[in-house]
Design a protein around this ligand. Sequence first.
Ligand code: GTP
Ligand code: MG
Length: 344
Amino acid sequence: GHHVSSQRVRFQRRTRACRYGIDQFTPNFLSIFDSLVPSREEIAKQEQLLIALGRLINKEWPNSKLYLYGSCANSFGFSNSDVDLCLAIDDKEMSKVDIILKLAEILQAGNLQNIQALTRARVPIVKLMDQDTGLSCDICVNNLLAVVNTKLLRDYAQIDRRLRQLAFIVKHWAKSRRVNETYQGTLSSYAYVIMCIHLLQLRGILPCLQEMDATCNVTVEDNHCAYFDQVDKLKNYGAHNKESVSSLLWAFFHYWAYQHDYMQDVISIRTGRIISKHMKDWTRRVGNDRHLICIEDPFETSHDLGRVVDKFSIKILREEFERAANILQYDANPSVTLFEPYVP
Ligand code: GTP
Ligand code: MG
């Protein structure tokens, strides 16, 4: 009798009988989520900065409008993240670089400090640190697609709270393991959020907003962006599915470690399905785009968010997915081990 039961104990410690054993860790994962969410005061400060800068810029350019985009506006931002702003301005006379330089002058004249105009970057920006709020921010020009995709992500987040919880934990994992560095060939935060939306679509927790009757329509640089945005009507959409956030986290990493077909598949939140690389002509390297992991941008459909991944970083990424999947399957303390910093 003793022998058998001690074996059972050992077995349970080493592999969870079924993956629903993972549910016991949900409170730990949720408290990590809570610790990453920005406070109300911080959000108010971001709004305050947006209003102050918008006023200043409007004096010079009455037809311009300043938008918040990226993690501060898509509801997937951590506490203390940089503020991403986009200046929309219709000026046919001036080039983007000229606008950036003039913008830097306007801000300088408005007594803001630490202003840098980065005109040679792929996306030219003005960087600044605001003394009043202590916030750092980047301002780009006419990147309206980013403003629209920010709204799409925010709208998805309002349908089911598990999306925001899952994506925060995935982003935290990616930052801890250093696989959230596009300049090193790993994925952007934006790509990780799209991967989470896709998983929840496949599990019936989220709908596909772009396949529903459009209530929001904009055309940005020839991209027709249309989707159902009355998300307050979809609050119960995923309620029939009772999976916990830790079970979804398990599913996320198992999918990317063991189920995704890297040779054939493209994930697409635009269609709510997996589509084929073949159909998109993403089967081979074109220029610098290698398409080793394919994540379709919801609006700019020719754009693969996995394009930054190369033959070295794909290995790192997949090893990290496997490590995470195995921790969620076997580790006694997954909510700690998962986020152990990567040490080269
Ligand atoms: P953190 O700063 O890491 O918290 O996240 P973030 O949400 O600000 O993400 P990130 O810095 O990756 O991107 C900022 C915003 O730029 C995103 O929310 C998108 O709106 C936009 N963006 C990022 N990458 C792409 C891309 O490859 N294509 C397009 N169209 N937009 C992108
Ligand atoms: Mg950002």
